[in-house]
Design a binder for this molecule. Structure first.
Ligand SMILES: [Zn+2]
Length: 675
């Protein structure tokens, strides 16, 4: 029997035939697809015809068609519905795929053809999109070292392989430190802890065989402990253990790894012709240069610090009124901030939840997309990879736009978090290919017959992921490599974070946040408290985040520091870090930056996107109508349909008439009043 992954898919909209695919089909399909990819690459590299755009760049776009189709289905089930077999397959595929990737980027004959097309690009009469794809393709080769020869090429290979070992070690050390530490809580030690924290502490104690409740260094336990524990001595002990992860001496200490990593990254950048690693990393980002990143971070830093210092004074008074002398300490912040929050925005989750029904929130996200972009959603049936998955045919003016899949409920087989992925991306090179987009979330599943209810955070997550989905569904490009969300890392969160703003539009909540039993809309007072709570303590949150981003940047935009801990201390001193706040992630446990280089000199990008989403939503607010048709049309024509076919800064400028300013973000975070 033929492997269903490799056969034609005679399913509605060409969706993967999940009812026919078994786990045993994946490995042979990946194997066959890799063989096909390799044959395609060899055919391009060895083509006797003179290199041109079609026989080189377009051929490369098509080379992995089968592989993409197989992996699209596989990674979707591996993330959203895993099992031991699928986990083993993931471990098996990773080295195969990375070996294939290296083969392609190190193929000299192939690169020579890409380079030849690049050299004569001005004579080829290419469209703007084709020029962009050519530039990106060549840049990818150059950045992975295709231009290096002999000793330099070998050095680069050695540096990259050592860096990947260091990244894995860093993460494993961190996990070991997080796993090893716990603190037993006797009866007197539970004072102040709400039931849900006690329950979590008990479950953690059972897991550790500790014979009673414990605090661990898991964020979901230590943060509420620091928020609620009345025992200042225990808060201090737990906080200090949390801050010491990766810096406890011995075998799991990450400080040496951090120093070596920074040194090797500098070497890698130098080998490729860049002054610093930040120059190398930021070349492909919207920000472009370390200077632009620092500029933006500092514009946010000063007002955030001013707000945090005002807040610290209030919290310190609360500390003193509890009979303690001396300054407010980092282990006090969350505790007194929680007390103050209760006074200012008391919010009972139980009171709120019945108003946020999953189905109504899905309807709300669809209704906004309908008002803004004219999209319509019709539920359809087709084979799915899990019975909880729901499918919609997305149309506009009667024409098919995309298939949207929602996989909303938590289950043991799903990894944590929420994400959006495309099992198939939009493109026109191989016919009019429309996307298959899936949103995966981890919302609590209700008892049978009861409606699923969300927290406000959940509802925001739903809108966030749907914003990514729109970026995929509204994509309108020719080439898959630049389709949908294939954009710079510091640009990719713009559509998603922007979409969250429509959840906060009062008329949307008034229509869709209705009580599960009575159908009544959410009372205005509750609505205001909910919105107020969502932006509370922003000075603290901004300071702990921006400090981490500035340290990350400082590590990478000059010579590698011999002692990163000393450099970290210098940077914090220079920016005047408030006494009672520490970095959200200090160097020895800064996994974003050291467990792989995904976010190295890139931790700023969360803030960068937030500046943009606030500024972009202000474009709607300025018209007086959050659904202003002309602004929505411009948003689609510039940002949402273009994928990576145009430089991100140019797309944004086309939408807004200028680059983003920080004012809307400061206003949204309530930081504009403090400075
Ligand atoms: Zn996102």
């Amino acid at each position: 029997m033929t492997n269903p992954l490799l056969a034609d898919w005679n399913t509605p909209f060409g969706l993967p035939p999940f009812d026919l695919i078994s786990d045993d089909d994946f490995a042979p399909a990946v194997d066959a697809a890799l063989t096909e990819s390799r044959a395609n690459i060899a055919a391009i590299a060895e083509n006797p015809d003179a290199p041109d755009f079609a026989n080189t760049i377009e051929a490369l776009e098509r080379a992995d068609e089968m592989l993409g189709r197989v992996l699209g289905a596989f990674y979707n089930v591996a993330g959203a519905d895993s099992n031991p077999k699928r986990e083993a397959l993931q471990r098996e595929f990773a080295p195969l795929l990375s070996a294939y990737g290296s083969e392609v980027s190190e193929n000299k004959a192939l690169f020579a053809r890409v380079e030849a097309v690049w050299e004569k690009r001005d004579e080829l009469d290419l469209t703007d999109e084709q020029q962009r794809v050519l530039m990106l393709t060549r840049r990818g080769f150059v950045r992975s070292g295709a231009q290096l020869e002999g000793k330099a090429a070998e050095e680069l290979r050695a540096v990259k392989s050592r860096l990947s070992v260091l990244g894995t070690d860093f993460m494993q050390n961190l996990l070991a430190d997080e796993r090893d530490w716990f603190m037993k809580l006797d009866k007197d030690d539970l004072i102040g802890l709400p039931d849900f924290v006690v329950a979590t502490a008990k479950a953690a104690g059972d897991e550790k065989d500790a014979g009673g409740p414990v605090v661990t260094l898991s964020r979901s336990l230590i943060v509420p402990f620091l928020q609620f524990s009345e025992r200042r001595d225990l808060r201090q002990k737990a906080y200090e253990a949390w801050g010491a992860r990766g810096a406890n001496g011995g075998e799991t200490d990450n400080r040496g790894i951090a120093a070596e990593t920074l040194k090797l990254r500098e070497e890698r950048a130098n080998l490729l012709g860049y002054d610093t690693f930040a120059d190398f990393k930021l070349e492909t980002e919207m920000a472009g240069t370390p200077g632009a990143v620092r500029d933006l971070l500092m514009k946010v830093w000063e007002p955030a610090k001013a707000a945090a210092e005002n807040d610290a004074k209030v919290l310190e008074r609360l500390l003193h009124s509890d009979g303690f002398d001396g300054p407010l300490e980092p282990w006090d912040w969350r505790f007194y901030s929680e007390k103050r929050r209760k006074e200012l925005h008391d919010l009972d989750e139980a009171e709120l939840k019945p108003y946020l029904q999953l189905d109504r929130m899905i309807e709300a996200s669809f209704a906004c997309a309908n008002r803004l972009f004219g999209l319509e959603f019709k539920a359809i049936e087709a084979p799915v990879y899990h019975p909880d998955v729901r499918l919609w045919d997305v149309t506009r003016d009667g024409e098919h736009v995309a298939v949207f899949m929602g996989d909303y409920f938590a289950r043991g087989s799903k990894r944590s978090g929420a994400w959006c992925s495309a099992m198939r991306s939009q493109q026109r090179l191989s016919g009019d290919i429309r996307p298959h987009v899936v949103n995966v979330c981890n919302f609590a599943k209700p008892e049978a017959g009861k409606p699923a209810l969300l927290s406000y955070d959940d509802a925001r997550t739903l809108f966030h992921e749907f914003g990514h989905a729109l970026h995929q569904m509204l994509s309108d490009v020719t080439y898959e490599s630049i389709s949908g969300t294939s954009v710079a890392r510091d640009f990719v969160e713009l559509p998603s974070q922007l979409y969250e703003h429509w959840l906060e539009v009062p008329e949307v909540l008034a229509e869709f946040a209705t009580h599960a039993e009575t159908g009544e809309p959410m009372p205005e007072d509750l609505l205001n408290r909910m919105l107020g709570a969502a932006t509370y303590d922003m000075g603290f949150q901004t300071v702990e985040y921006v400090a981490s981003a500035l340290v990350d940047l400082g590590f990478h935009d000059g010579p590698a520091p011999a002692d990163p801990m000393q450099r970290q201390a210098e940077i914090l001193e220079e920016i005047g870090m408030p006494h009672a706040i520490r970095m959200r992630h200090a160097t020895p446990h800064f996994a974003h930056v050291f467990a792989g280089d995904g976010y190295s000199s890139g931790y700023y990008s969360y803030m960068w996107s937030e500046v943009m989403d606030a500024d972009a939503f202000a474009a709607f607010e300025e018209t007086g109508d959050p659904f202003d048709a002309e602004t929505a049309k411009r948003l689609e024509e510039t940002v949402l349909s273009s994928g990576g076919s145009v430089d991100a800064a140019d797309l944004y400028t086309a939408f807004r008439g200028r680059l983003p300013g920080v004012e809307a973000l400061l206003k949204g975070r309530g930081l504009d009043k403090a400075a």
